[in-house]
Write a protein that binds this ligand. Structure first.
Ligand SMILES: [Zn+2]
Length: 101
């Protein structure tokens, strides 16, 4: 039997007892061949910088090969509702910057 645990809080999820939510995230480079036409590019670059904090355990070679990446997480119902309020941890990243610096 496959046992799941919540990837956010680590709580083990019992089938038939606990609701389990799956989060799938797809990340890929956009606007490869449309440099001048893509107004969103600046925003995308900003976003990638923000995300570096979470990927600091990867070395730079690995970072460059992350053109297409998927993530899959199992969440309990509590963390699921927490996740939906701040899917990219934008609020906590900003909060962290303020307190650390
Ligand atoms: Zn949880």
């Amino acid at each position: 039997m496959i046992r799941y645990s919540c990837d956010m809080c680590g709580r083990s999820l019992v089938p038939d007892e606990d609701d389990r939510y799956v989060v799938k995230i797809e990340v890929y480079a956009a606007c490869d061949s449309m440099d001048s036409d893509c107004e969103d590019e600046e925003f995308i670059n900003d976003f990638e910088e923000d995300d570096d904090e979470e990927m600091e355990n990867l070395d730079s070679d690995e970072m460059e090969s992350l053109e297409y990446k998927t993530f899959r997480y199992d969440l309990c119902s509590k963390c699921h509702s927490k996740y939906l309020q701040d899917p990219l941890s934008i609020k906590s990243i900003r909060r962290g910057r303020f307190s650390e610096n």
